[in-house]
Design a protein around this ligand. Sequence first.
Ligand SMILES: Cc1cc2nc3c(=O)[nH]c(=O)nc-3n(C[C@H](O)[C@H](O)[C@H](O)COP(=O)(O)O)c2cc1C
Length: 192
Amino acid sequence: MIYEKITNRRTIRKYTSKGVSKEILLKCVDAARLSPSGANRQPLKYVIVNDQELLKVVFSTLSWAGYLPEYQPSEEEMPRAYIVILLDKNIRQNYGHDAGIATMSISMVAYDEGLGSCILGAVDREKLRGILNVPDGLDIVLVVALGYPDENPIADEVRDGTIKYWLDENGVLHVPKRDLKDIVKWNVYHTS
Ligand SMILES: Cc1cc2nc3c(=O)[nH]c(=O)nc-3n(C[C@H](O)[C@H](O)[C@H](O)COP(=O)(O)O)c2cc1C
């Protein structure tokens, strides 16, 4: 069921050494391709990275788990593929909401295939542009890291008012999510 899939998916930052098939990677991009796009302009392009050597180099351009400097993927735990989301500025000058929607489509198809994913905005874009040979006229928007999960994070309630994810004594990552009652208003925005 789609509700269970969406609510059970968690960001995965540590992966096993198992590779991801080309078929699954293309399926992820195909889902992004068919996702909603403002005015149906479809300004996004995709670079799929699965080359062994390139995986390591791309890894060096990414920053992980900003709230937990001690919780970083090692080179053994690094992603086994990336989908890099590009904006084609010849089609549209800004990506609006399309990139976020595309990354979610990719993440959900990946999850449905048993993969873990992490959407990354903390990217050294200039370095990555050079590595991937991205031409002028295209911007790097976001990167989606992919691989088979080697961790099992859980959604939790917000405690002591903090939304920062945290590690328990067993090394399990807890991801605080705001309660429905704190974010939903019915009909008008009453403050009481
Ligand atoms: C637009 C966007 C950018 C993100 N950038 C990063 C990032 O650079 N590094 C990282 O480790 N996680 C990144 N994340 C993952 C978030 O930290 C994660 O979604 C959040 O902690 C909630 O966890 P959950 O996805 O398991 O619900 C990003 C997520 C989004 C949506």
